[in-house]
Design a protein around this ligand. Structure first.
Ligand code: B12
Ligand code: SF4
Length: 524
């Protein structure tokens, strides 16, 4: 069979990273089938185009995966494919929770021929085999012989053939930035972020999160050896392509078992498998100095921290009382001391939020080492405890918000502010955290660091700005570049002519200056 795996675009931004599920299911497909991948965020297609593609490529089976925010597009695409007579299987977190919606058993139209519930590592081969025989079932659940739910072990993790997968669509280097980036060091012609998982599951059960329900509170890990080998494979590819590559460890809480994470990081270092990496780790686990040392030594550059709120009452409300706002600054300083920076994620529209929450949050953020703050709204995703609580209280204003998806829009009314006020807070957060002044300040705050670090924070800030203010066309980019011309000019000048590097004060209290060296200019 010719199988197409498709992930829809989110309709707002371009994807910075491919979706792991596609590569994983491709690797788990029984031999003898050809599997094609389309990620809509890198290769946007509308319904007519995808239907044409399915006909032209003589596709026999399509698998579609989607998060809640992309599900409306996923259904439209599925409808267009099914109209060509090709069967569609859907999987992922949304249809796992609402299989009846996808199968048209809730009174609405049917979108999928079959639905794979939960983790499909073990059911996917069975789905393919059933499709070959023309015996596709409606629902596939990961269960054992006795019918009990079974979470796949990650001990026998498949080898994803990264050395040969076509990743052209995921090059993140904008062509206009070539001249500047070439100065920074070798190999900046391509830059890709690759998703790698080292484990699954998080037992913390934050009220708004689907992870504890979906992956279960049983935490499972791959072997260190299998993760290390995957990193070595990716490193070899980057070397061969003379390109740059970073890994996103997509584990929900990469350090959920600190002892195991340390052992993995030690093995990565021992094998020389260090690549630059990003991971999600909750703030409470970053108290451990040795862990943070190992993060830095193994290539960790950015840590995504779900801070959510600076108000302990809000955190308690959403079952995230383990976050202690009082220690956020200390945690970030601990990381920054090792040149590791944080993507700090905040949620507005929580029940104890009042107007001005964005400025109150930003006034703290400004005192922290430079990072990448991101702002979202409390969103009741289906089947989460949050959804159930708001539904029971009659507080949902858009009960099936995913069917009329609007980016950055609430689906319930917070207790102490209006929906419009909450939207305005998010806008304020993005506008002020990513203004030209804020970008310049972030770059300047790293004045004692090599040029590579400052370019890195500047480019990262520009990209993150695009989450709320998408820069989809050339004109939008030109505008952003014009607004930030002073900072860009400063960085280009330094890349081309070198600079007087400002070093920390020496013991005599004198400021020492020296010319930038080639090694400094080549970054980290
Ligand atoms: C990495 C990640 C991201 C990345 C981007 C996605 C990417 N390119 O990989 C980033 C950081 C950008 C991101 C952003 C967001 N994310 Co996110 N993200 C994840 C994360 C941590 C890992 C995804 C992953 O690769 N998992 C590992 C793979 C193996 O699991 P999987 O995708 O679920 O696939 C398995 C099964 O679901 C199934 N399956 C999946 N698809 C299909 C398709 C078929 C045909 C079949 C048969 C089976 C199947 O088989 C797979 C193997 O078992 C998950 C949490 C998690 N652990 O999954 C959240 C998660 C997917 N994100 C979530 C959310 C809410 C978001 C945001 C909306 C957050 C926000 N408020 O802004 C944004 C939206 C992004 C967008 N593009 O619009 C939710 C989605 C919940 C939901 N019901 O939709 C999750 C589950 C986390 C959570 N807090 O609940 N995310
Ligand atoms: S710590 Fe993160 S992954 Fe774990 S339940 Fe909370 S939000 Fe979800």
């Amino acid at each position: 069979m010719r199988i197409l795996l498709y992930n829809p675009d989110n309709g707002v931004t371009r994807n910075f990273m491919p979706h792991l599920w596609m590569f994983l299911l491709q690797s788990l497909t029984p031999a003898g089938h050809e599997v094609l991948l389309i990620d809509g965020n890198a290769k946007p297609m509308d319904e007519a185009q995808i239907a044409q593609y399915v006909r032209d490529e003589k596709i026999d089976l399509v698998g579609i995966g989607a998060m809640t925010r992309m599900i409306a597009k996923a259904y439209r695409i599925a409808d267009a494919i099914r109209a060509t007579g090709v069967k569609v299987v859907m999987g992922g977190p949304h249809v796992t929770e609402l299989a009846d919606e996808a199968l048209g058993r809730d009174g609405g139209p049917r979108h999928a021929d079959a639905v794979a519930l939960g983790e499909a590592d073990e059911t996917w081969p069975q789905i393919v085999n059933d499709a070959v025989r023309g015996e596709l079932k409606e629902i596939y659940s990961p269960v054992d012989e006795t019918g009990k739910e079974r979470k796949p072990s990650l001990k026998q993790y498949p080898v994803i053939p990264w050395q040969s997968i076509d990743l052209e669509q995921f090059n993140l280097v904008p062509k206009a930035a070539f001249p500047l980036l070439k100065k920074v060091g070798e190999g900046w012609g391509t830059f890709r972020i690759i998703p790698v998982e080292s484990g699954r599951g998080c037992p913390y059960g934050c009220e708004f999160c689907t992870v504890t329900g979906f992956f279960g509170d049983s935490i499972r890990f791959r072997t260190n050896e299998s993760v290390v080998n995957e990193l070595l494979l990716l490193k070899a590819r980057a070397r061969k392509e003379k390109g740059q590559l970073a890994v996103f460890f997509i584990d929900d809480n990469f350090a959920i078992n600190v002892k195991r994470t340390k052992s993995l990081l030690r093995d990565i270092i021992a094998a020389g498998a260090q690549v630059h990496w990003v991971a999600q780790i909750s703030a409470n686990l970053l108290r451990d100095e040795e862990l943070v040392d190992l993060i830095a030594a193994s290539g960790g550059k950015w840590v995504f921290i779900g801070m959510e709120s600076i108000d302990p009452a809000n955190l308690k409300d959403v079952n995230k009382g383990f976050n202690k706002p009082g220690e956020y600054a200390e945690v970030l300083e601990r990381l920054a001391k090792r040149n590791v920076y944080a993507i700090t994620s905040f949620i507005f529209g929580m029940d104890n939020d009042t107007t001005g929450v964005a400025e109150r949050t930003l006034s703290q953020v400004r005192t922290w080492p430079p990072g990448l703050p991101i702002f979202g709204l409390l969103t009741p995703l289906p089947a989460t405890p949050l959804y159930k609580r708001l539904e029971a209280a009659g507080r949902l204003t858009r009960v099936k918000h995913w069917q009329e998806f609007i980016p950055f829009a609430m689906a319930h009314t917070p207790l102490k502010m209006s929906i419009e006020e909450a939207h305005a807070e998010v806008k304020y957060g993005w506008a002020h955290a990513y203004s030209p002044e804020a970008l310049a300040q972030a770059v300047d705050s790293l004045d004692d660091q090599p040029l590579g670090y400052r370019i890195n924070i500047f480019l990262a800030r520009l990209c993150f700005r695009g989450i709320y203010f998408p820069m989809m066309g050339k004109l939008a980019w030109v505008k952003v570049v014009a607004q930030n011309r002073v900072t860009i000019f400063k960085l280009v000048k330094e890349a081309v002519f070198g600079r007087k590097v400002r070093r920390p004060r020496d013991p005599e209290g004198e400021v020492v200056y020296e010319e930038a060296t080639a090694s400094e200019a080549s970054g980290d």
